[in-house]
Design a protein around this ligand. Structure first.
Ligand SMILES: [Zn+2]
Length: 354
C-alpha cells in the first residue's frame, strides 16, 4: 500500500492494474482481428442461410478450402495481395477491412472499459454492431439471429447483477435513470432499464416508420431496424437510446444525401455490394450456386440481380437506417457520458455546472 498522495516507487504488482493497460491493448487488438475474421464468415453466411459450422471457408471461384496459414487475420490478405493462392481469384478488401475495424473497436472498447465485467456486454454489443452493419449493407436485412438474438443476450447480461453494475456498463446512468427506476429494487434496476429501453426503442422506431409511411406513402422503416433498436435498448438503457436516435438521424441524413447525390451523378442504381464481386459473370454465379445451398427465393434474387443489375426485387425498398444506427450506437456506447454532459450543458445552460 502507498500512502495517500505518495507516488508509488514501483509499478503495481497486479498485472491487470490499469497501469498496464497500454501493454494489453495490442493483445486485445489481435483478439479483435481474430473475431473479425469470424464475423466475415457470419456476414457472408447468415443472410444466405449457410450454417456457420458447415464447410470450411473456401475460394468462391475454385472452391478450394482456405488453409489455416492462409487464413491469418490481416496478414494473409496482405501477403496474398487479396487473392486466392490457387486460382488467383480476388477477394474483397472488405475482409481485411472488417478484421481491422473489429481489432480497432475491440481495442477502443478495452481502452474505455478496462478489465471489468462490463467488458463482456461491451464486446458482445460491438460485435453485434459489426455483423449487423455489414449484413445490412450487403443484403439490406439485419438477421433476426443478430437483432433478436442480441436482444436476448442483452437482457440476460442486464439480469446478471455483477455484470450489470460493473463500472463502464451504461445501464441506469445519466440524469433520468436513477429517478425513473427509483421504485425498482437495486438488484433489478439495470434489467428494468434494459426492458423498458428495448420496448420503448422498438415502439419509437415503429411510430417513426408509421408516420413516414403516411407521409411518403410507402414503407419508410424496416422492421429489422426496429428490432435492432430494441437490441440497443437492452445494452445501452433508455437515456442513451435518445442520444443514439438523435445522432443516427444526423448521420443518416448526411450519408443518405451523399448516396442520393452519388446515385444521381452515376445514374442508375448500384449493383448490391454482395454481388458486385461477381461482376455479373454467369459462370461465377453458377459457382456460387454450386458452393452455397441457396434457398429458391435467394437464388431468384441472386439471378435477377446478375442478369439485370439494379433489380433486387423486394429487398431494396427503403434507405437503410441500420448502418447509421450502428455507428451512432457505437459512439454513444463508448462516449455516452461525455456526450450526455455536453448535451446537458447545451440544453440546460451553465447553471448545471455552477
Ligand atoms: Zn481459388
Amino acid at each position: 500500500m502507498t500512502e495517500a498522495g505518495a507516488i508509488p516507487s514501483l509499478p503495481p504488482a497486479n498485472f491487470f492494474d490499469p497501469y498496464y493497460h497500454a501493454f494489453h491493448v495490442p493483445f486485445v487488438f489481435v483478439l479483435g482481428t481474430i473475431f473479425g475474421s469470424f464475423f466475415n464468415v457470419c456476414i457472408y453466411r447468415i443472410p444466405m442461410g449457410v450454417p456457420l459450422s458447415m464447410p470450411r471457408s473456401h475460394c468462391y471461384r475454385c472452391g478450394r478450402a482456405v488453409r489455416w496459414h492462409d487464413n491469418i487475420p490481416l496478414l494473409s490478405y496482405w501477403i496474398l495481395r487479396g487473392r486466392c493462392r490457387h486460382c488467383g481469384a480476388r477477394f474483397s478488401i472488405r475482409y481485411f477491412g472488417v478484421e481491422l475495424l473489429t481489432g480497432l473497436l475491440f481495442s477502443l472498447v478495452f481502452a474505455r472499459v478496462g478489465y471489468s465485467l462490463a467488458l463482456i456486454p461491451a464486446l458482445v454489443f460491438i460485435s453485434l454492431l459489426v455483423i449487423a452493419t455489414f449484413t445490412d449493407i450487403d443484403h439490406w436485412i439485419i438477421p433476426d439471429r443478430i437483432s433478436l438474438g442480441g436482444l436476448g443476450a442483452g437482457l440476460l447480461l442486464a439480469a446478471v447483477w455483477p455484470i450489470a453494475q460493473a463500472p463502464g456498463n451504461p445501464l441506469v446512468g445519466g440524469i433520468l435513470g436513477p429517478e425513473l427506476f427509483r421504485d425498482v429494487p437495486g438488484r433489478w434496476r439495470p434489467l428494468a432499464d434494459a426492458v423498458a429501453a428495448a420496448a420503448i426503442g422498438f415502439g419509437a422506431l415503429w411510430s417513426i416508420g408509421w408516420l413516414g409511411s403516411i407521409i411518403f406513402g410507402k414503407e419508410a422503416m424496416g422492421v429489422g431496424d426496429m428490432k435492432l433498436f430494441a437490441m440497443f435498448g437492452a445494452f445501452c438503457g433508455l437515456e442513451n437510446l435518445v442520444y443514439i436516435l438523435l445522432l443516427a438521424c444526423v448521420i443518416g441524413t448526411v450519408v443518405g444525401l451523399g448516396l442520393i447525390a452519388r446515385d444521381r451523378i452515376w445514374h442508375g442504381r448500384p449493383v448490391p455490394a454482395a454481388l458486385a464481386s461477381y461482376g455479373g459473370d454467369p459462370a461465377a454465379a453458377e459457382a456460387l450456386a454450386a458452393v452455397h445451398p441457396l434457398g429458391a427465393e435467394e437464388q431468384q434474387v441472386v439471378l435477377a440481380a446478375l442478369t439485370a443489375p439494379g433489380v433486387v426485387g423486394p429487398l431494396r425498398h427503403h434507405l437503410t437506417f441500420g448502418p447509421p444506427l450502428a455507428v451512432a450506437g457505437c459512439i454513444v456506447y463508448l462516449f455516452g457520458p461525455r456526450l450526455a454532459a455536453w448535451f446537458e450543458t447545451i440544453m440546460f445552460g451553465l447553471d448545471r455546472l455552477g
